[in-house]
Design a protein around this ligand. Structure first.
Ligand code: ATP
Length: 235
């Protein structure tokens, strides 16, 4: 069985995540994709909604896709959410599965700073996704990939759609382009804070959830400083 593993803070989940996952599932014939919100990210994040809210939003977002599933394993596990522990847990539950960890270019470049990076690279294959504003060429600096600059430039120009290489661990790294969708959770949070519409950036049900729970709104101090009159409610 081929299992996609899509980790992130999902603060909140948006169409950039969902469309990328849909394309990757079809392209690589994944049997399912687990969306795993980071319950307690190791690095402090600004304006992080509670894990329960982020998990609830991911659950809503994946509900109508039979191949997608939200997993709460990082939300219920005590302590910081380390990827190495998550992959270990998944391999214990699915010993015969081939794991495909999906992540953006910038996130792959950050792996050397994660806990036990070599172990992580030995437990899963990696699908490295394009994202507006990020270049495959930046992966030339990665200590884990042995790829010529020209191949990375070809990916950036869209001349090739997929480049496959083998990691030292024997697992594969698959570099591939997905439809460029320039949406980020950061921008969504900023819009909410400013009282600007977030419609069409994420599923309508999640937009309503964010408003009804008052997530990401500016606090009183921020409202006074910006002279904002909407209180982040015009969404
Ligand atoms: P933030 O703006 O808060 O950093 P984000 O939008 O980058 O959040 P994450 O939850 O951090 O979302 O992302 C989870 C994974 O999805 C990461 O590997 C990230 O690179 C990837 N990703 C996020 N947005 C997109 C997008 N628009 N297109 C392709 N990949 C994306």
């Amino acid at each position: 069985m081929k299992i996609g593993v899509f980790g992130g803070t999902f603060n909140p989940i948006h169409y950039g995540h969902l469309r990328a996952a849909e394309e990757i599932r079809g392209r690589f014939g994944l049997d399912r994709i687990f969306f795993i919100p980071s319950g307690n990210p190791p690095l402090k994040r600004k304006n992080l909604a509670g894990a329960d809210h982020r998990l609830a939003m991911v659950r809503m977002a994946v509900r109508d896709n039979p191949y997608f599933e939200a997993l709460d394993i990082e939300c219920v596990r005590p302590g910081k959410s380390y990827t190495v522990n998550t992959l270990e847990q998944l391999l214990r539950s699915y010993p015969d599965a081939d794991l495909y960890f999906m992540l953006g270019i910038d996130v792959f470049l950050d792996i050397p700073n994660w806990r036990e990076p070599e172990k992580i690279l030995a437990m899963a294959n990696f699908i490295i996704l394009s994202r507006p504003g990020k270049n495959f060429s930046d992966l030339f600096q990665s200590p884990y990939l042995d790829i010529k600059k020209t191949q990375l430039s070809n990916l950036d120009r869209g001349e090739i759609a997929l480049y496959t290489t083998v990691l030292q661990s024997g697992k594969k790294a698959l570099l591939t382009g997905v439809t460029p969708i320039g949406i980020s959770s950061t921008e969504i949070r900023k819009c909410v804070k400013r009282g600007v519409s977030i419609k069409y950036l994420l599923p309508e049900e999640i937009k309503s959830y964010i408003i009804s729970k008052g997530l990401y709104r500016a606090n009183r101090k921020e409202l006074n400083r910006k002279g904002c009159v909407t209180g982040g409610q015009c969404l």
